[in-house]
Ligand binder design. Structure first.
Ligand SMILES: [Fe+2]
Length: 356
């Protein structure tokens, strides 16, 4: 009988690496040519950021941040284990991986047989598990579930792009493979087939910032790309996904994969720290289950807060709102210096086996 579990997690690449490299993005921004010189001096940063930086230099902040995030992953993983879905659907963004100059879809459902990924190929640096840089991860897809979902969304008025294979040369893009690696942090294996659900979160910076980092290096284009889907459309496609899966034969875990405000997307903070104030407001809305307002975010509002990737969570919010669900577990590991706060949520189905 159909049932749906909702989860929200991060896919932060920084958690895949070592504690010693966790401030790598901040260090990169500090070297960037566009940063005003006065912002290279920690004395001009927010007080909370200065304190966290001091803790980082003392070697304490990174392990504490990782520990808080891993608590969130273990809560999400426990819910997955208890629910034991037939497959998982992951809402995730693409940062110049599968979608490039030859075509950018607003949404895309992947009905894959199997996909091979090389998750450490991009960074090449040591990872948190000491696994070889050329490690290949094989992931089973759920082609019947992917085809069904794409078709059911078309029937509900969403002209859905679908695909049977990845174009990305390293397999699953970061939003999918990183979330899976982190949900399996204790390396017990992740036995469930996956239907990746691409969301073009980056909109105007998809190509112009090539993965949303070219502007830091001073190599991006000033010409914005056409926008991605609106928050209203993401909320709607999430609701339609929930309706489709609720009348399917399957038990499905719906996972939003992303952090919220990103330092390197927050222009008003010189791309140096995230918009924590905005994230805290969103967190209270999530905690209270006040999700219906998330369809009203404008692209300008999300870009101002560096919250482009929040659109993955807006899809999940639409699904949970359609099901009348509130989260049982919510947590946010705040940070100024590790690129983005990491948010976690578990929306168990009624009468779930697991206690939250
Ligand atoms: Fe991302």
């Amino acid at each position: 009988m159909a049932e749906i579990l909702g989860l929200g997690v991060t896919h932060s690449p920084l958690l895949l690496g070592s504690d010693a490299r966790m401030a790598g993005i901040t260090e990169r921004v500090l070297q960037s040519p566009g940063l005003p010189n006065r912002m290279r001096d920690p004395a001009n940063w927010p007080l909370g950021m200065q304190a966290e930086w001091a803790e980082h230099l003392a070697g304490r902040a990174a392990p504490a941040h990782r520990s808080r995030a891993l608590d969130g992953f273990r809560r999400a993983r426990a819910a997955l284990d208890a629910f034991d879905p037939d497959f998982v659907v992951i809402f995730g963004d693409d940062q110049y991986e599968n979608f490039r100059e030859d075509g950018v879809a607003p949404f895309c459902v992947f009905a894959l047989d199997e996909v091979e990924s090389r998750p450490y190929h991009r960074s090449g640096a040591a990872n948190a598990w000491g696994e070889p840089a050329d490690t290949v991860v094989r992931t089973k897809g759920h082609p019947a579930g992917g085809r069904y979902l794409a078709g059911a969304l078309v029937e509900q008025g969403f002209d859905m792009t679908w695909a049977y294979r990845m174009r990305h040369e390293h397999g699953l893009p970061h939003a999918f493979i990183n979330a899976m690696l982190l949900l399996d942090y204790d390396r017990r294996g992740l036995p469930w087939p996956v239907v990746p659900f691409h969301v073009n979160c980056y909109g105007s910076s998809t190509i112009s910032k090539k993965g949303a980092f070219a502007h830091i290096e001073g190599t991006g284009s000033e010409i914005p790309d056409p926008p991605g889907p609106t928050a209203a459309r993401c909320f709607g496609v999430g609701a339609a996904t929930a309706r489709a899966l609720a009348s399917s034969p399957w038990r499905v875990a719906l996972i939003a994969s992303s952090s919220w405000s990103h330092s390197f997307l927050t222009g008003k903070n010189h791309y140096l720290w995230p918009d924590l104030d905005s994230d805290r407001i969103r967190l209270e809305e999530l905690r209270d289950g006040r999700l219906s307002g998330w369809k009203d975010f404008s692209a300008a509002q999300l870009e101002d807060a560096g919250q482009q990737e929040l659109l993955n969570w807006v899809c999940l919010a639409g699904a949970m709102d359609a099901l009348g669900r509130k989260p049982g577990f919510v947590d946010m590991a705040e940070t100024y210096i590790y690129a983005a706060p990491k948010v976690f949520a578990v929306f168990n189905p009624p009468m779930a086996k697991t206690a939250e």
